[in-house]
Ligand binder design. Structure first.
Ligand SMILES: [Zn+2]
Length: 689
């Protein structure tokens, strides 16, 4: 109650600011008015009871002249009435949805001169929100769901008669008191009367569908002042247990919005809401983000992932993605948020992140990656290695090629020209080329349409005085034109240089500035180019085995039922493969990936038998539980789990699955005390005089 009362006081304070806000948002309103001519609008009132999961809705589509709409409504709802321009229209017979579709369909044909009004009434039961949905489930299409712990009605799930084009929305939503509902957009009003809480929102910028979230939220709020008198309402919609984190999240969000507003251009929304979710997920929405409760408690969320979600308000939800031509927004957001934050920590942290992109791609089976311009969403591992990692690397390469100033100005241009509209890769390329003053097709085109990655370990490096430098020859043609960073070694000292490689050519000439011939070259030791990792650059990671579909489990210690159960449970939690077959000691020489679980003394015995299995030096001081990745003589991945006792094994159940990206981790008293990856050594190729 107290929270609500102070909220009303805040609302009063906000109302006093309205004239300033209106003035500041005039430009935005003008934009919204300009688009209102051609963008359909849906105004609706919905009532949701999370306990019974009942939804009732009523709403009107205003369709501008010349616009046709295909509407769909999930068949869990009954369509109760359709009124077109004031006249009732027969409902589509239940059989109109062809067999196999789970949606009602209503087609609205374009009218040449006048706008149309289509009013709908619908009601039905939402799906139960199942807290057990795993991360992979969340990524796929979800139905609209409700529970008193939280309700989630995603855009695209047709929880209202949903259109197939961007639209603007106005919504009033009513939920039982104690619950609060939120949609991405501008908060117009909110009130609690008797047993009900009601809130109204609109979306001044066109958006592809509306997402509604509700839950037993405590609301915290802070107004952020941006240059030019602009105000942004920052809010957390957290469960009671999370509320102590609210102020930190509001402060972090304010910092990120200020930063990107300054770097890219004016923030396009009136507010930013951080909404907690019972689902284990993270979504960026226009002016909002929906994040799992467990994730919100993790320190990296506020420090890194929140920046990523905030930046999607520029890339993805501000400038929208032209879905027919590939999703560029994940890569650009990854570079400008995640990678920039790592670089702020240290250049080495940034280097490791870029290495991670290449390492992720190395885990993708050869020949199975799709071109970047066909990446549309995050669907599975291979897609994300391209859609996030390769895409981020392309932007990193473009920035290196044209310089930071031109890169940043190009993005500011793009924001000015495309905020509130869709953009495709071609628009980004044009923006970069304009600021660079030259074509970039030799770099961008092959990165977008090509698959795979080149191996850039030189086959030979010869000094050729007639060509004015070192002739570097690769095993295969380089697919793109780029100034490839190299380290030229003179004795113990490395000097940075740039090797200009040309698309389609196997050789390139590294000019020698002062005539001194280096002893050896390392190509791209900082992982600043899209390429395959060379020998020595790919130390084994735990997930190499964890993700292998043909993995087997070797329990190397005898024990009682509780030991065997604990070992089986660990395997189930760590491995992607369901019910992996068991292995025997003899399988240690076989080619299949293995997860080996045992007590310290038994694992030590295996190591004496095969020194390649030895624990990394970083784990030498024998913690309670250790995991490390290694490779058999035949290259097959091995993960060893070495524990003190059954209790230490049980303790790993919850923790071990999170360390797939590491090469080793050691726990003492239930805390990770050491984790990391092995040495990454870029091959040093000698120069032939
Ligand atoms: Zn993202």
């Amino acid at each position: 109650m107290n929270a609500l009362r102070s909220l009303r006081l805040l609302m009063l304070a906000v109302l006093a600011l309205v004239p300033a806000v209106q003035a500041a948002q005039a430009a935005q309103a003008a934009q919204a008015t300009a688009t209102a001519q051609v963008v359909p609008t849906f105004a609706m009132e919905v009532r949701i009871d999370p306990a019974s999961r009942l939804l009732q809705g009523e709403g009107t589509w205003t369709v501008p002249p010349g616009v046709a709409l295909e509407l769909t409504l999930d068949r869990r709802f009954r369509l109760e009435s359709i009124i077109v321009d004031g006249r009732p229209r027969p409902l589509p017979p239940d059989g109109t949805a062809a067999a196999g579709t789970a949606r009602h369909r209503v087609s609205i044909a374009a009218t040449p001169t006048r706008s149309q009004s289509w009013q709908f009434r619908w009601r039905g039961e939402l799906a139960p929100l199942d807290g057990g949905i795993d991360h992979r489930g969340v990524i796929g299409a979800l139905p609209p769901m409700a529970s008193i712990r939280g309700s989630y009605l995603p855009a695209g799930s047709a929880w209202y008669p949903e259109a197939d084009v961007p639209a603007t929305f106005r919504i009033q939503v009513t939920v039982p008191a104690g619950q609060h509902a939120v949609v991405p957009g501008r908060l117009l009003s909110e009130s609690t009367e008797g047993k009900e809480t009601r809130a109204a929102f609109d979306t001044p910028l066109p958006t592809e569908g509306l997402t509604l979230m509700a839950g037993p939220y405590r609301i915290d709020e802070r107004m952020l002042a941006l240059p030019g008198g602009r105000k942004v309402r920052l809010r957390t919609w957290f469960t009671e247990a999370l509320q102590p984190l609210a102020q930190d999240y509001l402060a972090a969000a304010a910092g990120y919005i200020e930063r990107y507003d300054r770097e890219i251009g004016n923030y396009a929304f009136d507010g930013f809401s951080i909404v907690s979710s019972p689902l284990p997920t993270g979504f960026g929405l226009p002016g909002a983000t929906y994040i799992g409760e467990a994730v919100l408690r993790l320190p990296f969320m506020r420090g890194q992932s929140l920046a990523h979600e905030v930046l999607h308000n520029w890339w993805g939800n501000g400038v929208r993605v032209d879905w027919r031509r590939g999703n560029w927004s994940e890569g650009l957001t990854t570079l400008m948020a995640d990678h920039a934050l790592r670089m702020a920590q240290s250049p080495e942290a940034g280097r490791q992140m870029r290495w991670g992109w290449l390492r992720d791609f190395a885990a993708v089976a050869p020949g199975t990656d799709t071109p970047l311009d066909r990446f549309t969403a995050r669907t599975h591992g291979a897609a994300s290695a391209v859609g996030y990692g390769k895409s981020a690397m392309l932007f990193h390469m473009v920035r290196a090629e044209i310089g930071e100033a031109a890169f940043n100005e190009a993005l500011r241009d793009l924001w000015r020209s495309h905020a509130g509209q869709a953009a495709g890769w071609r628009d980004l390329q044009a923006a970069f080329e304009k600021r660079a003053g030259r074509p970039l097709a030799g770099l961008i085109a092959p990165m977008l349409s090509g698959t795979g990655a080149p191996m850039l370990v030189p086959q030979s490096i010869r000094h050729d005085a007639t060509r004015g430098g070192l002739v570097v020859t690769f095993a295969e043609p380089v697919p793109y034109s780029y100034a490839l960073p190299v380290a030229a070694w003179h004795g113990e000292r490395a000097e940075p240089a740039l090797l200009p490689v040309r698309r389609g050519e196997r050789s390139a000439v590294l000019p020698l500035q002062d005539g001194r011939v280096p002893d050896a070259l390392q190509v791209d030791p900082d992982f600043a180019a899209w390429r395959r990792l060379g020998p020595g650059e790919s130390p084994p990671l735990l997930r190499d085995a964890m993700l292998a579909p043909d993995i087997r489990v070797l329990v190397a210690s005898d024990g009682d039922d509780s030991w065997r159960l604990a070992a089986g449970e660990l395997a189930t939690r760590m491995l992607e493969a369901q019910r992996p077959p068991t292995a025997r000691i003899a399988d240690l020489d076989a080619a299949a990936p293995l997860l080996v679980i045992g007590r310290h003394e038994d694992i030590e015995r295996l190591v004496r038998r095969d020194p390649r299995l030895a624990r990394p030096a970083a784990l030498a001081r024998m913690p309670d539980a250790t995991l490390w990745a290694t490779r058999a003589a035949n290259g097959a991945p091995r993960v060893l789990v070495s524990v003190e006792d059954t209790a230490a094994l049980i303790d790993l159940h919850r923790r071990a699955p999170h360390y797939g990206a590491q090469g080793h981790v050691g726990f003492r008293n239930g805390r990770a005390i050491a984790s990391g990856i092995g040495n990454i050594e870029t091959p040093k190729v000698p120069v032939t005089p």
